[in-house]
Write a protein of this length. Structure first.
Lengths: 298, 289
């Protein structure tokens, strides 16, 4: 009976002290940063409710007297025979296979590097760490030239294969696996005669989950946001991801005879960011703990 | 031992196979391309280091490099200092609603650069954009951010907006692993908040700051998406050699100069790696002394 009363009592002075030390002025100054980061998103939400004329002639940061959000959404999905839905589907496919595959490969390799002392391990490590410093955009043109020779350009593989590798993801999984999977568990599994891959999937992977979710989230962002690679690899608009599709819609305004569809670009942009923002809000606990685990090693 | 060794390779093998295909092979292939030249008359010929000497005396390439170097020297420090201040403020425990601040500042990271550039590009517009609204409403004369003399600043703002939260989270995570008993001990010794920041927090952040800086260096040198997208809204301000990457892209796709384009990409890749490596070595050496 006494134990539960001790804990709140012990906590109370600390909480009280914290409350007193809160500062309104520091909160107000930091709020400027939040205004900076959220204002453009607010602009996007407001603008998605406007028809094209209102987009041009009403004040940007407040709603116009017409509310066209649902018309805009319907038009976005109907324009050019509903190609936007196709782009959304393509993006999902690229993300599931690309980011999912990249996370699996990074988890396997990070675990392998952390838990097995094999010949050539150091060399693998050096090469992959060097890979972190290679900007993906710099690789894009050479990869295009090579894929063109292999006949892979203008296929979904041209987008999926390059997104399967994330050196930084491997680095995070390696630090995470080193800390989170105790050697003793693996030893006892070996004694029980469990195969190494079975041990990995049944014992190690659950322990690696928070790190793997972090890596998955960052891979999802990278794949969802991928622009340069699709831009150079794809000609067929049926294969475009959302980013490239929105870009071509916004460029229509520059081409002779092209239809100006800025309201659809804005609404499409809003639809594009909602899934990612939702994922980050729902999985906060994971990516925040995963990132701090990564920073222990530094 | 040999069995264990084989198992380790089985775990890392799939990653390495794809890594070889999309990292090592393209680098090797562009190295191969860079020593040849394809001409309409005469076909492909081995030219040794000709493409490299051409690049080093190419004023357009130099202009592009100078531009990203300037961008790196101004935008990266501004962004990292702001990210550091926000991380320190959130970590101080003196904010109301600290977790709201953390997630709100991080949110732009989830926005694709295409969307970020389009959004800011529309807002920058002086005719129908937000800048135009403000000028009209307040009678101010904010210059057009999409004009040639302001475009690099305008891009710097977009990139800062996109990555300030990401860097803040890296730094904030570094602060969270500091042993809080150090703060208590310092407070008992009568150290103020600034003293604790200088003596405990900043030294603890050395590693995360190095990591954030290296990512920013890599990001600056590969600048492509934002200028490429703004090009449709500000065609007069973005040249075909605005950044090294845009130049390499234009050479490959508009100019058909594949060999020279591969050379430019390779030079940029190697330069980025060398600078990142030198920076990391220098800053780690400082930590030892």
């Amino acid at each position: 009976m006494t134990a539960p009363t001790i804990r709140p009592a012990a906590r109370a002075p600390k909480a009280g002290k914290k409350k007193n030390s809160r500062s309104l002025s520091l909160t107000a100054v930091t709020a400027i940063a939040v205004v900076y980061t959220l204002l453009p998103l607010f602009w996007l939400v407001v603008s998605a409710t406007k028809s094209q004329e209102k987009l041009f002639d009403s004040f940007g940061l407040w709603f116009a007297n017409d509310f066209s959000l649902f018309d805009n959404i319907a038009d976005t999905f109907a324009y050019q025979d509903g190609i936007f839905g196709r782009w959304l589907l393509n993006t999902l496919v690229y993300v599931v296979i690309g980011a999912g595959g990249a996370t699996l490969l990074a988890s396997l390799a990070g675990y392998g590097l952390a838990k097995f002392d094999f010949i050539g391990r150091k060399a693998v490590f050096a090469i992959v760490l060097g890979g972190i410093a290679v900007p993906p955009t710099v690789l894009a043109v050479p990869t295009f030239l090579m894929f063109a020779k292999l006949g892979l350009t203008d296929t979904a593989w041209a987008i999926i294969i390059p997104s399967l590798v994330s050196p930084f993801g491997l680095y995070l999984m390696w630090t995470y696996a080193t800390e989170a999977v105790p050697k003793e568990i693996l030893e006892s599994a070996r004694v029980d005669g469990s195969g190494e891959f079975r041990t990995f999937f049944s014992l190690a992977l659950p322990l690696l989950a928070p790190g793997a979710v972090t890596v998955l989230l960052f891979n999802i962002v990278a794949t969802w946001n991928n622009f340069f690679l699709p831009l150079i690899m794809l000609k067929d608009s049926e294969l475009y991801p959302l980013t490239l599709g929105l870009y071509t819609w916004s460029r229509q305004a520059n081409t002779v005879g092209g239809e100006v569809v800025f309201n659809l670009v804005v609404t499409g942009a809003l639809i594009t960011i909602i899934p990612l923002i939702t994922a980050f809000l729902l999985l906060q606990r994971y990516w925040q703990s995963g990132l701090s685990a990564g920073s222990v090693k530094q | 031992m040999t069995r264990r060794s084989w198992i380790g390779w089985q775990f890392t093998g799939p990653f390495l196979a794809v890594f070889a295909l999309v990292f090592l092979a393209p680098i090797g292939y562009s190295a191969y391309l860079s020593v040849y030249r394809t001409q309409l008359v005469g076909g492909t010929a081995f030219v040794g280091i000709d493409n490299y000497t051409k690049a080093l005396s190419d004023p357009q390439f130099w202009e592009a490099i100078t531009r990203v170097a300037l961008f790196l020297l101004v935008q990266v420090p501004v962004m990292l200092i702001l990210a550091l201040l926000i991380a320190l403020a959130i970590d101080s425990g003196r904010l109301y609603g600290a977790s709201f601040f953390r997630i709100s500042v991080f949110l732009p990271y989830a926005v694709p650069s295409v969307v970020a550039a389009l959004m800011w590009g529309f807002m920058y517009g002086t005719n129908f954009g937000l800048i135009g609204n403000i000028n009209e409403a307040l009678g101010t004369a904010i210059p057009n951010p999409l004009a040639p003399e302001w475009i690099l600043t305008a891009i710097g703002n977009i990139v800062t907006w996109e990555f300030i939260g990401y860097n803040m989270i890296i730094l904030y995570s570094g602060l969270k692993v500091v042993d809080t008993s150090l703060y208590e001990a310092a407070a008992i010794d009568g150290a103020g908040e600034w003293r604790i920041i200088r003596a405990i927090k900043l030294p603890a952040l050395r590693g995360p700051i190095v990591v954030a800086t290296i990512f920013s260096i890599v990001g600056s040198f590969q600048l492509f998406n934002e200028p490429q997208i703004l090009d449709s809204l500000a065609p007069n301000s973005i040249t075909t050699y605005f950044t090294p990457n845009i130049y390499a892209y234009q050479l490959s796709f508009a100019g058909q100069q594949v060999n020279y384009s591969a050379t430019i990409a390779l030079i940029m890749g190697v330069t980025t790696m060398v600078i990142a490596y030198l920076f990391q070595r220098r800053s780690m050496k400082g930590a030892g002394s």
